[in-house]
Design a protein around this ligand. Structure first.
Ligand code: SF4
Length: 452
């Protein structure tokens, strides 16, 4: 298992999906780097999408992500406002300028194939890239996999480590995390920061954490002021801006004001995500609203909230995310929505306890509660779009995370079910779940709700 940093869990990217947009874009770009290094003359590139990428790829924008990746775009730096023009130029000219390779003829209708029949061996989110020369001979063929949360792997190679060097506290389970922290009298946030110090300076850690927080705030702000209809055949009307105005117009406070604000923050982020805007993958794009919503709740409603609390939140939430990545999966196509919204809820609950200076046991308890009541949550996006139930589900997940944190902080940290047990249960439940409920849009709401 590669070493995972908090900054692998939180990444600035574009919507609507980390597994179906961010991962494929990164894979396509990586294929062009291989091609350029090979020096081969290329006349044609054909890309086949398999498994869940075939079933819900159109709704999730996988085809567009592949084209942009072949052009050399990266999710972190791509300008979402430039995308439409770039794609229009490719489709109208029938030409694709492949990064490091050059201009080739390209037709999305024939060169981007959705293969519903065959799954590639390693993971349901598989892609096969084949480059040929003018004689039709294959000059390079490679399989890539999008493993959820923007993580990718090539063929049967292990996932490449994004960091070099083992950190001082190489925990791989909740029990190890608690024991290591206990042994050196550290809070979980302190321990995670010491691990990050293996790879970057204290100042850089602070800067990057605050950049993540700024990107989340910018995303919420855009979501709160943007109106209109989301892309896709369902013509879903955005509602965050209207809800926001309604709350600003409220003359008298109500007892559930905080909950209304949490709802609107989460919806704002997930509407931005559905519109292909810039979001922080946390730990996926489909679940990208939960952590920003709970962080905004902390910053607005918790007395004495400060930047140190924001950083504790992100360090601890990131550490909990790595436990799911190592011991289960953060891919909706593998685990259903429990692997996306459930994981984000668990991370946010733990982060909030850390921000409020709860104990290590309370943090572990909050993370456990956050997942326990998301077990079995299916993935059934209507029309293959990351909109229904995804947008509202983030609001529900954020409220649940705050409740999990409160329950944990009302106790002394002792509890019957451990975080490791619930992660293991989530994994087994995901393996037992029918593929109809794993990002294929073949079951649940996706077949019971008309698309338009
Ligand atoms: S239902 Fe959940 S896992 Fe599925 S696409 Fe929506 S947010 Fe992601």
């Amino acid at each position: 298992m590669p070493t995972i940093s908090v900054f692998d869990i939180f990444k600035i990217g574009v919507g609507p999906s980390s597994s179906h947009t961010v991962g494929p874009m990164k894979s396509a770009r990586a294929f062009t780097v291989q091609l350029a290094e090979s020096g081969a003359a290329v006349d044609k590139i054909q890309v086949t999408l398999h498994g869940s990428l075939a079933y819900t790829g159109k709704g999730h924008g996988t085809d567009s992500a592949i084209i942009l990746g072949l052009m050399g775009c990266e999710p972190e730096t791509l300008d979402p406002d430039a995308v439409d023009d770039m794609l229009r130029a490719v489709h109208s000219s029938g030409r694709l300028n492949v990064s490091g390779v050059g201009d080739i003829s390209f037709s999305a209708a024939t060169d981007l194939v959705f293969d519903y029949a065959e799954e590639l061996p390693r993971h349901t989110n598989g892609m096969r890239f084949i480059a040929s020369n003018s004689d039709g001979q294959h000059v390079l063929s490679e399989d890539y996999y999008s493993l959820g949360g923007g993580f990718v792997a090539r063929g049967d190679e292990p996932e490449s480590a994004s960091q070099s060097g083992e950190p001082p506290y190489p925990f791989t389970s909740g029990a190890e995390l608690l024991a290591m922290a206990d042994q050196d009298s550290l809070t979980i946030a302190e321990l995670v920061e010491l691990n990050e110090r293996q790879w970057r300076s204290k100042d850089e850690i602070r800067l990057r954490l605050m950049n993540i927080w700024s990107a989340m705030q910018a995303c919420v702000e855009r979501g709160l002021r943007t109106e209109g209809v989301l892309p896709g055949q369902m013509a879903v009307t955005r509602r965050a801006a209207k809800l926001h105005r309604k709350m600003l117009d409220r003359e008298e406070p109500t007892v559930l004001d905080a909950m209304d604000w949490v709802n609107v923050y989460a919806i704002a982020v997930n509407e931005e995500n559905a519109a292909g805007g810039r979001v922080v993958t946390s730990p996926t794009n489909g679940a990208a609203g939960i952590i920003p919503a709970v962080l905004h709740y902390y910053s607005r409603f918790v007395r004495k909230a400060d930047d140190e609390g924001i950083m504790r939140f992100l360090l601890v939430a990131g550490a909990i995310g790595t436990l799911y990545k190592i011991n289960a999966s953060i891919s909706g196509a593998e685990m259903g929505c429990q692997g996306e919204v459930g994981v984000a809820c668990s991370m946010a609950a733990a982060g909030l306890v850390a921000a409020k200076n709860g104990t290590n046991s309370q943090i572990e308890n909050a993370a456990e509660i956050g997942m326990e009541h998301n077990l079995g949550l299916t993935c059934d996006p209507v029309g293959g779009l990351v909109q229904i139930p995804c947008i509202e589900r983030n609001a529900m997940g954020a409220v649940k995370a705050i409740n999990a944190a409160r329950l944990a902080m009302h106790g002394d940290g002792s509890h019957k079910v451990t975080l490791d047990q619930v992660i293991s249960t989530m994994r087994q439940t995901g393996l037992d779940m029918s593929t109809r409920y794993k990002e294929t849009s073949e079951g649940g709401l996706a077949v019971n709700v008309p698309e338009c």
